[in-house]
Design a protein around this ligand. Sequence first.
Ligand SMILES: Cc1ncc(COP(=O)(O)O)c(C=O)c1O
Length: 395
Amino acid sequence: MEVSKRIKRLTESPIRKLIPVSDQVKKQGVHVYHLNIGQPDIQTPQAFYQAIGDFNQPVLAYANSRGILPLREAYKAYYKRAGLSFSTEELLVTNGGSEALLFALMTICDPGDQVLVPEPFYTNYNAFALAGDIEIVPIPTNRDTGFSLPSKESIEALITPKTRAILVSNPGNPTGKVLDADEMKLLKNMVIDHELFLIADEVYREFVYGGAWRSFAEFTELSENLIVVDSVSKRYSACGARIGVLASKNALFIKETLKLCQGRLCVPTLEQIGSVELLRDTDTTLPPMIEEYQLRRDVMTDMLKKIPGVKYHCPEGAFYMIIELPVADAEDFVRWMLGEFQDQGETVMVSPAKDFYKTPGRGISEVRISYVLKKEDLIRAMEILKLALDAYQAK
Ligand SMILES: Cc1ncc(COP(=O)(O)O)c(C=O)c1O
């Protein structure tokens, strides 16, 4: 029996593919600091569990395919507090931002179509695109220029008759890049001029350090072009809830995407009920969380400074860094550090960065680090990384 050529083109996620190795060393009693995945250690607000605990219906029924109305109303209110305007009809609740991304691509692209994405990019963009025979066309960005967008002309040169959209994560995973006002305006004007969609992945919207955050939804002139991808995962430290949303003023996009929502019936009912409570409160939960991540970001840059040969750019948002290590093949190093190196019974897991790039040859010496652990753990993890690099180079 054969499987499809399409599925064979997909590769395993670099964020998760080394989990069997970490499971193995954990079985031997080794403690692993997980900096490979964007799984925060911050407590999920109690209100989420309370709402689920209070559920007292005799039947756990299917929910509306668009998402339960109280959740869409809670999202509408959250956006309003943020100065953004979406009606409940302009929202579709999804299984996390992940399903929102997949559905957005399926709705707007035919097989063979192209989507421009600043590179390096969240690796699953490529997985979702490949699942629909869609081609990601990278817009190269570099650490030396702070992952800023290249010139308008060089981006426009990538647009072809097959280009359907620009997809951007802002703040960026894996770079921590926050687009400045000029870059946002550039993308806004480009999608309007070239009649493209703009898929704005804003799951880290408020995670901006030392500046105000901005949303593409502030540009009212974008209305037809804009698809916002959102999620409770990071904002409320509720990754396992699997609740996300698609927000768009493009009525045709919502109408057509609803077919996919209907096909998968609904998003889990209890998690939707719990998420209503999460969305009620951003004023008390978010500021301390952002402060904590800024502190962690500062700890990371302080520690990385002390490791010879490591190159990084100080991230402005989200909770990721893409760093160059003084090794020829970062994947080999990561595998070795996890499986064979330990210091006092402890080691570190990070993600090899090659698959965050589409351009051949890029990212080979790089890893992505998620600074999702508390300060003490980050300090210890960076000490281990330094020791591991010394030992690897001495091999
Ligand atoms: C940029 C970006 N978009 C979307 C997602 C999907 O998150 P979820 O499906 O948990 O909402 C992630 C998860 O790490 C992400 O980093």
